[in-house]
Design a binder for this molecule. Structure first.
Ligand code: V55
Ligand code: FE
Length: 491
């Protein structure tokens, strides 16, 4: 059997696990509030087979869908592979058949033209269905009870894009989901499909437009009236792909752009704003309107966060030498021109989380991951190779920042937010925290933290009996939402 490469993508916290397992009534240290009633779904990349190429990366790992089911203070856990077409083909062959990250020209000819997405980025709940998504393909519907894969999701054929973002946005009042796919009609295409699904999960609109160049549009934002598409200069090139090279190369000297259109409008109404060259953000925290202006808060860096995308663009820079911060861009929609204002509102970090009810609206507080300077050298692992070791709560309006800093040898995955019914309570954050206990040994635990008092540390912890791999994104789905699951209803 071929061995996994001994690179950062396959050792330490990134050691492949690949075990589908479940456990009931995990030990709980402390008390989990009864209001926490529902499921924390996680997207976990985990390569089921040793890769065809030794320079393979975490982002290629087969998607696993994990679920912490929490009720009455009790916790059950389960994790299963998403049975994508790719996973099924490789499972039958008992080896990898798909080659390098998002490069089909490196695949075994036996799988030419087959679906190569790995559904490893974000669990998305909408219209009574759970999807596992990755931006290079369509989402896969998964049964929220059994975690069994139901199949690829294209809105009964109505959604014509070949791809679906891992970062759709749901309006808390209308329940509509706003989303897009880029490279929507094929590799390295500038075509983008922008779509809306109603609260029941029916596709109600799809329009296509072009971005200025083929960039990786990982996330976008909505306000109550607008849809906002950021374009950062990490570009794709078909000749490079055909030569077996990287899909993405960051271009430090190419301009960035922001496209803003009325969210219910026509793509022809898109207004393009020009930004600084070379900058990059993977995640946008939120956007909202105020007096004819739009504010967009994003986790901005002065270059691309992924080493392999920088290196493909000829940029040699250490991971710790990348600068940025939580940044607010302000667009005056009542003035002509392609400029906008920029100011830093918080320390560098990523994996921002917001209360669902604050989506697209003015908001008081949000949370994201960062580095604790007192936490020792960060653990190596996770998608970019260096794990976060601090959780921040920020009030961007007044600059207040609280921190839950971890001890040396610890790493934190992106939290989910669980709302409280009490108006004076900010709810809770649920997250997996890893601790190094030996050279290649790690212990993981689910932490429950009071969202309004993060510096107090966890109010409850659930130690996990088996190793866990780093998550990308998660989703909290309440028991009330789960009760509407379409997979449970007779057709
Ligand atoms: C990201 C994650 C991906 C990917 C591209 O967080 C970008 C950013 C887990 O897969 O393929
Ligand atoms: Fe993401």
């Amino acid at each position: 059997m071929p061995a996994y490469p001994r690179t950062i993508h396959f050792i330490g916290l990134n050691t492949p696990v690949g075990v589908e397992w479940s456990a009931r009534n995990l030990d709980v240290i402390g008390d989990i509030p009864a209001e926490i009633d529902g499921a924390f779904f996680r997207a976990v990349p985990d390569p089921a087979h040793a890769p065809m190429f030794d320079d393979d990366i975490v982002l290629s790992g087969d998607g696993m869908v994990a679920k912490f089911a929490i009720q009455d203070g009790k916790v059950d856990y389960a994790i299963r592979f998403v049975e994508t077409e790719r996973y099924a083909l490789e499972k039958d062959a008992r080896r990898a058949l798909f080659g390098r990250y998002r490069n089909p020209f490196t695949d075994d000819p036996a799988v030419a033209g087959r679906d190569r997405t790995v559904a490893n980025t974000t669990p998305v709940w909408h219209g009574g269905r759970l999807f596992m998504t990755k931006e290079d393909g369509l989402g896969y519907e998964v049964d929220p009870d059994t975690l069994a894969t139901i199949g690829r999701w294209d809105y009964h054929g109505a959604f014509t894009s070949q791809t679906f973002t891992a970062h759709p946005r749901v309006d808390p009042d209308t329940g509509e989901m706003f989303f897009f796919g880029y490279e929507a009609d094929g590799l390295c295409s500038t075509r983008i499909a922008y779509a809306i699904a109603d609260r029941d999960g029916n596709l109600v609109s799809e329009q296509w437009f072009d971005q200025p160049y083929c960039s990786t549009i990982h996330d976008f934002a909505i306000t109550q009236n607008y849809a906002i598409f950021p374009i950062f200069p990490t570009t794709a090139d078909l000749d490079r792909l055909k030569a077996g090279g990287e899909h993405w190369a960051h271009q430090q000297h190419l301009d960035s752009w922001v496209g803003i259109m009325p969210r219910y409008g026509k793509v022809e109404e898109m207004r393009w704003f020009k930004g600084r060259p070379g900058i990059s953000a993977f995640h946008l925290l939120n956007a909202f309107e105020e007096d004819g202006r739009i504010h967009l808060d994003l986790c901005l860096l002065d270059t691309n966060a992924f080493g392999f995308m920088r290196e493909a663009g000829g940029i040699q820079r250490d991971q710790r030498d990348i600068h940025g911060g939580l940044t607010r861009w302000t667009f005056d929609m009542e003035k002509p021109g392609d400029g906008y204002e920029e100011r830093v509102v918080g320390p560098p970090g990523d994996m921002p989380r917001l209360r669902d009810a604050d989506q697209g609206r003015p908001y008081r507080a949000a949370w994201y991951l960062s580095m604790n300077m007192a936490g020792g050298p960060p653990l190596l692992g996770g998608p970019v190779g260096v794990a976060f070791n601090a959780l921040l709560r920020i009030e961007p309006g007044n600059g207040r920042i609280d921190m839950m800093g971890l001890e040396p040898g610890m790493a934190i995955s992106e939290p989910v937010h669980v709302p409280s019914q009490r108006p004076d309570h900010e709810g809770w954050l649920l997250m997996v925290v890893d601790r190094q206990v030996g050279e290649a040994d790690f212990k993981s635990a689910l932490w429950i933290v009071d969202a309004g008092a993060i510096d107090a540390g966890p109010i409850a912890q659930v130690p996990m009996p088996l190793p866990m791999r780093a998550q990308v994104h998660g989703a909290w789905v309440s028991a009330a939402q789960l009760a509407t699951a379409k997979s449970r209803r007779p057709a």
